[in-house]
Design a protein around this ligand. Structure first.
Ligand SMILES: [Zn+2]
Length: 364
């Protein structure tokens, strides 16, 4: 138990456990040399002590506090009093630095309220430390343009945000504060050389494909099949019960189209559209039929580049992560949870050269 504080200079005097809280009494050996009021050296004399409590990182489910006996000094020169300077503690936060490290290591995974309960401090302190940490991580975060770029959106902290996905690696690479075209354009403009991107996978939001066409002109735009299926399911769900069987049949036929080659799918899709258009279900499938016209080229581009497998996986895992974390977190924190929680725990957030390269092949 004596090694618990792990910072040289500290002497553990005692350690006791009562009613769920462990108190470590300790003192710090190195004396203060310089007056904190006038800065003069070697003119201090001891002037009593004071016990200051610092919150420490928990051990299992036990709260830990450091009760430090701190030396007070008076200055012969200016008469002012100073407190001993302590290593390993954050005096402003009344916390050991080890506890702050603990919060940083857990705040992107655990909820702030649970973390505050575990440590025994208030939630505001956690939010504050996490906020600084997120800014720190965001500052050292390097974005890159992947070979296959996914552009989609997720609902975070009360608004829709644009998500950029590395399709080859199935990871989100950035989350933008909104889904406006200027925000996306600014993001793409950060890369001088955009020729490394082979293609863009996106949903049926016009601004995304427009931006992709304008700023990544050589990259084909592929509509992710899950978005097409979503529209299909929406149509089927709207169909009245008496036409339910026929609606289900149209759905099965449509799914089956995605097993075909591009050569086969073009006439088959046309036949499917004709069959739906001439059926009483036409009005329920109107949106899908219209999307199939407007996004014809991009929807068919899937058959040249059937790479959307990881894409929906990323979106689903992001949704899961957001649900798990719970509501009430700022956009910055949620963004950090999505982007940094993986790297923050496996490697240093700054030295992520592996991520910065981003030269991966799309998975077919
Ligand atoms: Zn002084």
């Amino acid at each position: 138990m004596t090694d618990i504080f792990d910072v040289p200079g500290w002497i553990i005097l005692s350690s006791r456990l009562d009613t769920g809280i462990r108190t470590i009494e300790a003192e710090y050996a190195p004396p203060l040399q310089e007056c904190t009021k006038c800065g003069v050296l070697g003119r201090l004399y001891r002037h009593g002590t004071k016990v200051v409590r610092y919150r420490d990182s928990p051990i299992q489910d036990v709260h830990v506090q450091l009760a430090a006996t701190v030396q007070r000094y008076r200055c012969r020169e200016c008469g002012g009093t100073s407190l001993q300077a302590l290593a390993g503690v954050d005096t402003a936060r009344r916390m050991t630095q080890r506890c702050i490290r603990y919060i940083k290591a857990h705040c992107l995974r655990d909820s702030f309220s649970r973390l505050s309960e575990k440590i025994g401090c208030d939630e505001k302190t956690i939010r504050n430390i996490a906020g600084h940490y997120v800014t720190e991580l965001a500052g050292s975060f390097q974005v890159y343009l992947p070979n296959w770029l996914g552009i989609d959106e997720v609902y975070i902290a009360g608004a829709w945000r644009c998500v950029l996905i590395d399709i080859g690696r199935n990871i989100p690479i950035d989350v933008l504060p909104d889904r406006g075209e200027h925000t996306l354009a600014d993001w793409l403009h950060r890369f001088d050389d955009r020729s490394t991107t082979h293609g863009v996978v996106t949903n049926m939001q016009a601004p995304y494909s427009q931006m992709a066409n304008a700023l990544l002109p050589a990259a084909p735009v592929v509509i992710d099949k899950s978005h097409v299926f979503q529209m299909l399911n929406y149509s089927v769900d709207k169909a009245p019960t008496r036409l339910g069987e026929e609606a289900l049949r149209f759905r099965q036929e449509f799914y089956a189209l995605y097993d075909r080659s591009k050569m086969e799918v073009i006439p088959a899709l046309e036949a499917w559209e004709e069959a739906v258009t001439s059926s009483p279900l036409q009005r329920y499938f109107r949106e899908l039929l219209s999307a199939l016209k407007v996004w014809h080229e991009q929807i068919l581009a899937y058959f040249d580049h059937p790479i959307t497998h990881g894409y929906t996986e990323v979106l689903n895992s992001m949704a899961k992560e957001l649900n798990r974390a719970g509501r009430g977190y700022s956009f910055d924190v949620q963004r950090a949870r999505l982007l940094f929680s993986r790297s923050a725990h496996t490697s240093s957030p700054t030295g992520n050269s592996d991520l910065a390269l981003g030269c991966s092949k799309p998975t077919n």
